[in-house]
Design a protein. Structure first.
Length: 758
């Protein structure tokens, strides 16, 4: 562009060199046969005639429509083939070379481990310098030939602990001590906490005459060791009961120690663990006391005192190398299983992020070496181990429910024909089964309120108003829409969930609860997707619970937790790329002005407004160019009057919605992934600590504005098909996204990786 000015003539000659082609959707193209030329003043003042704007858009639209349609979709998060933590062979040979500490820093035990231990054994436990070796140091050479098949983290923690603390935890005076019995009892009852007992089976040393009396409990497969009453009482244990060993012969142990010819194999929760001595057999408990004369009942291990002074000895390691090796095997195997239990109890057996892309949960860190050091010093091993489970009220209620389910009898099955649908005023052959199911499933309060109707029912197929009222009350009690229509959701509530299904749902819930923080926080919002429910908890008020709408199966709501930051009034809706590509682009192909006509704002990253017809949407879909699409505040806004933000990479938040009718439905999976609230004003008031009147006043201004949420309020977007209700019952819910099945498969793969066939 050049400028030529003539003085006096007051004339300005403007010579334009070159042209400018506009294309809001991308760079200029050489094959455009028409170009829009702009005058100098249009360029200078960035003005454009309406005719030129329309011409530009027409050129862009023609170009887009002349291109072949390329169908592009933004895919949903993937479901993975679960890969469990694998077991690996961990050699313990390095522990065999632990050097003996010396009072003289210049002196070290430089002799080979084998020679040093042999010399110490020959000298009654003394080294060449006259120092007394601990029982562990005397037996450590046996570690050179031992290895464990365990998880890498567990093996590393074992080596770290015993290298720094070369001493027995589970052996005292050459015998299995009370700490070991307490730990074995906890491991054997792992199923009380929703874990798999097979993961923690431990093999006892083969020569049971060298162990303390083993309590006869289910946790120890009822095994009672060869120990007479006097020895047991002297060392702090109750007298042992007689046992049946191998062939079923009863061995009386009232006053005389059992005389064995060589080692007597015995096992605690016998398994195929790598440290199990070959050829060992399992000793079983004697029959009940009414079939075996003079049998005495032995208390459970949990009832035994843990810190027994008679077990705290300083020596007593057997001289027999085979017995030493056997005790060292037991020490290492029990530590291995205890650490595996701690890991599972603390963080769960499953890494949820390996199940699917819908899981976004950081896995808890566990200092296993520190945990083992703690166990070596505590008196109450059982409490230390069981304390590793989540210690919140939700977990305790699930644990109690699991115990009650195991003790309960299977309920009478109720069969109602598939696809049954009964509307008020109609007749149906299944009506008698419906009434029978209500008699069995309904609460006593409901049955009392409708006693007259139930007593008068004669098996008729006519769905009378009295029966409709009965069904409506049952629906209310079941947290269903009380419309009197007997459909699939009502039938599901009437037929119930089988005992086996309930147990499985509770076990899966206990596993999932381990993925979350141990404490949810004094103030928090808990969203349970299968229950279609959100509840605010805070010390300043009773829990606030409401219905929610969650994502469709194709647009699932993620399982994660975060912290609430902001409440936004009269919000804009920033349309996610997935919705633009998957749902809006087909409409734009038919009508390039679709977004303009629908009231959406299309802007560049610099905030410049452009027409939807001018955008190269293929370039946007493939992320070659960026564009913003948002819906301004108003009655048609998809977010309604407010949204509650907890910024996350999934772009999920809680919000209002103009589609209020969906809250009347029992199954409420209709959104694109965000959580729609039944009472958004009440939830906003709760998290802000304000009144609903305050919330209404902010909305009534009609302006887009936001307010920060004070304090720390966690929000849990969770997935539990069994969960404690506010009424102190356990609610059981449909597996709306099929995640129970995926978690069950993950647990099965984990069991296989650990060598379990159960």
């Amino acid at each position: 562009m050049t400028f030529k000015m003539q003085t006096g003539a007051a004339a300005i000659v403007l010579a334009m060199a070159g042209t400018m082609t506009l294309s809001a959707g991308g760079p200029a193209r050489a094959d455009d046969h028409k170009q829009v030329r702009k005058t100098f003043f249009q360029k200078l003042f960035k003005k454009q005639s309406r005719r030129d704007r329309k011409k530009r858009l027409r050129l862009q639209v023609n170009r887009q429509q002349s291109q072949p349609v390329k169908r592009i979709r933004v895919s949903s998060p993937k479901v993975f083939t679960y890969k469990p933590d694998l077991l690996t062979s961990v050699s313990l040979a390095k522990l065999a070379a632990i050097q003996v500490a010396s009072a003289d820093p210049k002196q070290t035990d430089t002799a080979s481990p084998d020679l040093s231990a042999q010399h110490a054994s020959d000298q009654g436990g003394l080294t060449a310098r006259g120092e007394t070796l601990s029982p562990f140091m005397r037996a450590r050479t046996h570690l050179s030939a031992l290895s464990l098949r365990t998880m890498k983290d567990v093996g590393s923690a074992l080596q770290t602990h015993y290298a720094a603390n070369p001493d027995f935890i589970w052996i005292t005076g050459g015998k299995i001590n009370a700490k070991a019995f307490a730990a074995l009892e906890v491991l054997a009852n792992a199923d009380k906490f929703g874990l798999d007992v097979d993961d923690y089976r431990v093999t006892l040393p083969p020569d049971m005459t060298q162990t303390d009396a083993i309590p006869s409990t289910a946790g120890l497969n009822g095994q009672s060791a060869g120990k007479n009453d006097a020895d047991a009482v002297e060392e702090g244990f109750p007298a042992a009961a007689p046992t049946i060993v191998g062939d079923g012969n009863v061995s009386e142990q009232n006053n005389v120690r059992q005389d064995t010819q060589g080692p007597t194999p015995a096992a605690v929760n016998s398994s195929d663990a790598s440290l199990t001595p070959k050829g060992s057999t399992i000793a079983s408990t004697a029959p009940a006391s009414d079939t075996v004369p003079n049998q005495r009942t032995v208390p459970a291990a949990s009832a035994l005192p843990v810190d027994q002074s008679g077990l705290i000895e300083t020596g007593g390691l057997p001289d027999d190398p085979l017995q030493q090796r056997s005790l060292m095997q037991f020490e290492m195997e029990l530590s291995d299983k205890v650490l595996t239990y701690i890991l599972d109890a603390t963080r769960g057996r499953i890494d949820p992020n390996r199940i699917s892309g819908y899981h976004d949960l950081p896995r808890h860190k566990v200092d296993l070496a520190a945990a083992l050091a703690e166990l070596s010093s505590v008196d109450n091993v059982a409490a230390a181990l069981e304390g590793r489970h989540p210690d919140n009220a939700h977990f305790e209620k699930l644990k109690n429910a699991l115990a009650a389910l195991h003790e309960s009898e299977e309920e009478t099955p109720i069969v109602i024909a598939a696809k049954t649908l009964i509307k008020p005023g109609k007749s149906h052959s299944e009506l008698a089964n419906i009434v029978a199911a209500i008699r069995l499933r309904a609460s006593e309060t409901l049955k009392t309120a409708h006693a007259e109707t139930l007593n008068a029912y004669d098996g008729s197929e006519v769905y009378t108003p009295e029966l409709v009222a009965l069904v409506k009350d049952f629906q209310r009690d079941s947290k269903l829409t009380a419309d009197g229509v007997v459909g699939q959701n009502t039938i599901r509530a009437l037929t119930g969930v089988t005992k086996a299904d309930k147990i499985n749902k509770v076990v899966l819930a206990m596993e999932r609860l381990r993925w979350l923080p141990r404490q949810f926080g004094e103030r928090h919002v808990f969203i349970n997707q299968p229950a279609y429910n959100a509840t605010y908890f805070g010390p300043e008020r009773d829990p606030l619970s409401m219905r929610v709408v969650v994502g469709k199966k194709s647009n699932q709501t993620n399982f994660f937790y975060d912290e609430i930051e902001t409440v936004e009034f009269n919000p804009y809706w920033g349309v996610p790329l997935s919705i633009i590509v998957n749902e809006m682009m087909p409409k734009l192909q038919n009508d390039p002005y679709y977004l303009d006509n629908a009231g959406y704002e299309v802007t560049t990253l610099k905030g410049e407004r452009v027409s939807s017809a001018s955008v190269d949407w293929y370039s946007v879909a493939t992320k070659q160019s960026l564009i913003n699409v948002r819906q301004p505040p108003g009655r048609k806004n998809a977010l309604g009057s407010l949204k509650i933000l907890f910024p996350n990479k999934h772009a999920i938040y809680m919000h209002d919605t103009p589609a209020k009718s969906l809250f009347k439905r029992d199954r409420r999976a209709y959104s694109h992934g965000c959580i729609r609230l039944q009472y958004p004003d009440k939830m906003a008031a709760a998290v802000l600590g304000k009144s609903t009147d305050y919330i209404s006043s902010r909305i009534s201004h009609g302006e887009n504005e936001s307010e920060r949420v004070a304090g720390n309020i966690a929000v849990y977007s969770s997935y539990f098909t069994a969960w404690p209700t506010l009424e102190n019952t356990i609610g059981y819910y449909d597996d709306v996204y099929g995640r129970d099945a995926l978690l069950t498969k993950a647990l099965q793969r984990t069991a296989t990786a650990r060598g379990n066939n159960s």
